[in-house]
Design a protein around this ligand. Structure first.
Ligand code: SF4
Length: 360
């Protein structure tokens, strides 16, 4: 069995670590690039969202490299994600790839479903091997997110733009290569140290912008044209509402224990939206309400044609919690110059608002 799976930010790092420890043959498609997008767009129905198209491109590339078993996130929620794995499997078969698709349910069996799937993929490895392998993967995911949080702060105030991003790229590589907990901890501490020591503009009080929206476009920089780095270049600190390690912890572990982490966010959204609308639409509304006082503005990332985020986008201007929101629709037609112009205008607006509040 040769396993492949699509990219979503750095998700391949914890999965690769786990599979390596379980002796599973894991094939990683190339990181998202123009070819991935072209492949996905060419073989997808036109109206589908960018997560479908990019993940399809990844799956084709993994199959080209010899993967015969493909993992794809799925679920039984309201959004179209529930049938993506099936449709993608059909497309791959039509293209002549003899692959089996395994759906990783995120909305039903949670942690126990994940365990069962890993047991099967690892050829019935003992639990004494599976549990430590998962733990090591999670430790890598944690380390990545902790470094990224520091980078989000430093990008906004670094004197030489791009320095934090260069260190982040090196840190990601070093974490991927770390083979034991000692090395992993050392890499994490070393890079956090180095990033904190970058020369900064001490006078600046950067604007703070929350990044909310649909999970895939939040976590996959290729799909959002690396909006966080672009904001960093404009001197803006970003606070993404979702990190992979937290999402895993809440979606798979705490939920299985009956602890619903999203309750606070849903409660905040209740005056405006009373039910789940699929995907992350309910959360996007709740996050706007919750963070209105904390942030200077909110960037709402939504895949073009994503029904849950269209609902959220239409509700956001009507909330009494007042914070500027810029919705960016992500699809294969999106181009950087257009996005940068909108970001610059949004930053001007937030600066003006901050000045106006100070003079009040
Ligand atoms: S939430 Fe939206 S973008 Fe994500 S899979 Fe569903 S429809 Fe597509």
């Amino acid at each position: 069995m040769r396993i492949g799976m699509p990219h979503m930010g750095n998700i391949f790092i914890p999965f690769k670590a786990m599979f390596q420890r379980l002796g599973v043959d894991y094939i990683m498609p190339p990181v998202n690039n123009q070819r991935t997008l072209s492949l996905g767009v060419k073989h997808s129905p036109e109206g589908l969202c960018i997560p479908f198209k990019l993940t399809l491109g990844n799956l084709i590339e993994a199959a080209e490299l010899g993967a015969d078993t493909l993992l794809m996130i799925g679920g039984y929620g309201i959004c179209r994600l529930g049938y993506y794995a099936k449709v993608q499997e059909q497309i791959l078969h039509d293209l002549g790839y003899d692959v089996e698709m395994i759906q990783l349910g995120v909305s039903e069996r949670k942690f126990f479903g994940l365990l069962k799937m890993i047991k099967r993929l690892s050829n019935n490895a003992p639990w004494t091997k599976i549990v430590p392998a998962i733990r090591f993967g999670l430790a890598k995911s944690n380390a990545l997110d902790r470094i990224e949080r520091v980078v989000q702060k430093v990008r906004a105030v670094e004197q030489v733009k791009g320095t934090a991003n260069r260190l982040l790229a090196k840190a990601v590589k070093a974490i991927d290569q770390a083979d034991d907990y000692n090395t992993l901890n050392k890499v994490r501490m070393d890079y956090i140290d180095q990033i904190n020591q970058i020369n900064k503009d001490g006078q600046t009080q950067p604007l703070i912008v929350g990044i909310t929206g649909e999970i895939y476009v939040l976590l996959e920089p290729f799909s959002n044209l690396d909006v966080e780095s672009e904001l960093g270049k404009l001197g803006v600190e970003t606070r993404r509402t979702l990190f992979l390690s937290e999402w895993t912890k809440f979606s798979f572990f705490l939920n299985s224990l009956g602890l619903n982490e999203k309750a606070r966010i849903h409660k905040a959204a209740l005056p405006y939206l009373k039910r789940d609308v699929g995907g992350d639409g309910w959360e996007s509304v709740g996050e706007k309400v919750l963070y209105a006082k904390e942030y200077d503005g909110l960037i709402h990332l939504a895949p073009f044609t994503c029904m849950p985020e269209i609902i959220a986008q239409n509700i956001m201007p009507a909330t009494k919690e007042n914070i500027p929101v810029l919705t960016i629709l992500c699809d294969e037609q999106m181009a950087k110059p257009g996005m940068l112009t909108r970001l610059e205008a949004f930053v001007d607006l937030m600066e003006w608002k901050r000045r106006a509040q100070k003079n009040h």
